[in-house]
Design a protein around this ligand. Structure first.
Ligand code: HEM
Length: 523
């Protein structure tokens, strides 16, 4: 289908009340009407796959790894690690999710109708998880100048970033809860994403100061926000997407990247995700409830946050743990050189090394089998079971039905394995085919499972190469990202398709999440 680029309407200006004596320029800029979006379906004509809740719970149980008493030491190779994807991409992925999709009303106790659900995040790469509804509606996220974002307390433990700060919080008294003041509360869900959110706040502030120094005059808030969003969108297109779906799939969807042109001259090839011209983009449930939950299998059970602390488990009955939604120890400033390849990253199999993400496969680490109440209040506590049950409630088609509809080869049942990709995928003594768990899975695998099994297929025990999403998962994620960006009349791909990041922010001509984090330390 032709790209909707030239046909989407310009948003109608909405004038917001100006807060007391702060923001300049707000009245002259355009705002979208919407702070929310809607859910919908990519594959409307495919039938909903049906399962018994017992079979899904059993599959969720089998998709959760056994408890490991002793974590693999940092000086030994850990077979679960994905050689080409570092652990930071897991949390950058979670951060992007929180920018795009939020269904706060979802409860596993009730049936969900995706057509009736509201996405409480705009399905746009607009950083509403950072900016909230903007300085006039949520001034408590901003400094008095209306230009800088408010930061939280000083964090220590990372000598490479002496100015490290956390997210802003309330000052609780008498046992009241500590709450982070954020555009999206989920960006305090764990200590790593909380630090990443603070890094985005600092990147915004860095942009304010950089523009003021360069131009000799304080910038307009909207100009700063637009540049921050565009740098973020650039790193999503040029860094996150190739890492997760691979260059081949990305270039097939956004051919202008390989051809060195722009999306106006070389339009995207969107086959399954279409936004009707003149309407707001929607959030497909095939993405939010299945494909984009791939990240759950990349989570490690334990991380080194910085060189001042030992490694810390994601969840633990007794502290320390990385559980968020609380004011954590000031010594937990994240050292990003342990999460992304960047200056200061050390050699492999040392504590200073870049920690790889775990392989995307049909196995989640054991602690995700029992989420803390702060993360999931209602039953079941197993993240795998939640994803599978949610998929059925949302009426998702099976993985096989989607593969057929996409015209890609369907993976036979005996190759749809449940288990860890670090083990030979065909070793049926350890990994079992899904259809052996329940007959109802024959030719009828849940979409989230299928997308992970498809990634799992790429593991070759003879060759250590990165595992990325396969043809179904990679296409859904790639098309939704590209489609959302092309439907957003404020994205850099729409407004200025030949735009490139600020050269002073680049490293050897490249800009990605690592370069953004380097800039954030200058604020
Ligand atoms: C880091 C630890 C993480 C934890 C503890 C976590 C936990 C959760 C939980 C409890 C839900 C709600 C499940 C339900 O009831 O349906 C959820 C939803 C979701 N998660 Fe994660 N998650 C994590 C990381 C990630 C990552 C890395 C990604 C993707 C790269 C991701 C993608 C999603 C998506 C797309 C949803 C649905 C969001 C919505 O529409 O409301 N999560 N996660």
């Amino acid at each position: 289908m032709a790209s909707p680029v030239k046909t989407l309407p310009v948003p109608v200006p909405v004038h917001r009340p100006r807060p007391h004596g702060v923001l300049r320029g707000l009245d002259s800029t355009l705002h979208s009407h919407f702070n929310e979006g809607r859910f919908g379906r990519m594959f409307r004509t495919l039938p909903a796959a049906k399962y018994s809740p017992e079979a899904l719970k059993e599959l969720g149980f089998r998709m959760t790894a056994q408890k490991e008493d002793t974590p693999t030491p940092e000086t030994k190779s850990d077979p679960e690690e994905n050689s080409g994807i570092s652990a930071g991409y897991t949390y950058f992925g979670q951060f992007i999710d929180h920018d795009l999709t939020f269904d706060p009303a979802s409860s596993l106790q009730k049936q969900n109708d995706p057509d009736a659900l509201v996405d409480f995040r705009t399905p746009r790469f607009d950083l509403d998880n950072v900016y909230g509804r903007g300085p006039s509606d949520q001034p408590y996220l901003y400094r008095d100048d209306g230009l800088h974002m408010l930061l939280g307390k000083k964090l220590k433990g990372n000598d490479k970033d002496p100015n490290s700060r956390g997210v802003p919080r309330n000052s609780p008294e008498n046992g009241e809860p500590s709450r982070a003041l954020l555009g999206d509360p989920r960006d305090d869900e764990n200590i790593i994403i909380s630090n990443l959110q603070a890094a985005f706040l600092r990147f915004h502030n860095r942009m304010v100061d950089f523009l003021a120094d360069r131009d000799g005059v304080a910038p307009e808030f909207e100009d700063v926000q637009r540049l921050v969003r565009w740098h973020y969108q650039w790193s999503v297109v040029n860094d996150f997407l190739p890492t997760i779906i691979g260059d081949e799939t990305l270039d097939a969807i956004l051919p202008h990247l390989a051809e060195g042109t722009n999306p106006l001259d070389t339009p995207p090839d969107l086959r399954f995700y279409h936004v009707t011209p003149g309407t707001e983009a929607y959030m497909p449930v095939e993405f939010s409830v299945a494909a984009y939950r791939f990240g759950h299998s990349m989570i490690r059970p334990i991380y080194r946050i910085n060189l001042s602390n030992d490694r810390i488990p994601i969840f633990a009955t007794n502290p320390p743990s990385l559980v968020g939604f609380r004011d954590f120890d000031e010594n937990l400033a994240v050292d990003w050189s342990l999460f992304f390849h960047m200056p200061g990253s050390g050699a492999d199999l040392t504590p200073e090394r870049v920690q790889p993400a775990y392989k995307p496969d049909t196995s989640l680490v054991n602690p995700l089998g029992r989420l803390p109440a702060s993360v999931a209040g209602d039953p079941p506590p197993s993240l795998a079971a939640r994803n599978l049950l949610r998929g059925m409630q949302m009426g998702l088609p099976s993985g096989q039905a989607v593969a057929k509809r996409m015209g890609v080869p369907v993976i036979p049942d005996d190759k749809l394995m449940v288990g860890k990709a670090s083990i030979d995928p065909n070793d049926q003594k350890v990994n079992v085919p899904i259809a052996s768990i329940a007959g109802e899975f024959k030719g009828n695998a849940p979409l989230w499972f299928y997308i992970l099994a498809e990634a799992f297929q790429q593991f070759d025990p003879a060759k250590e190469k990165p595992i990325r999403l396969g043809p179904v998962g990679g296409r859904i994620v790639g098309e939704v990202f590209a489609g959302l960006m092309m439907a957003d009349s404020h994205s850099y791909l729409r407004q200025d398709p030949s735009w490139t990041p600020i050269s002073e922010f680049c490293n050897a001509g490249k800009f990605g999440i690592a370069e953004m984090l380097v800039q954030s330390t200058k604020a």
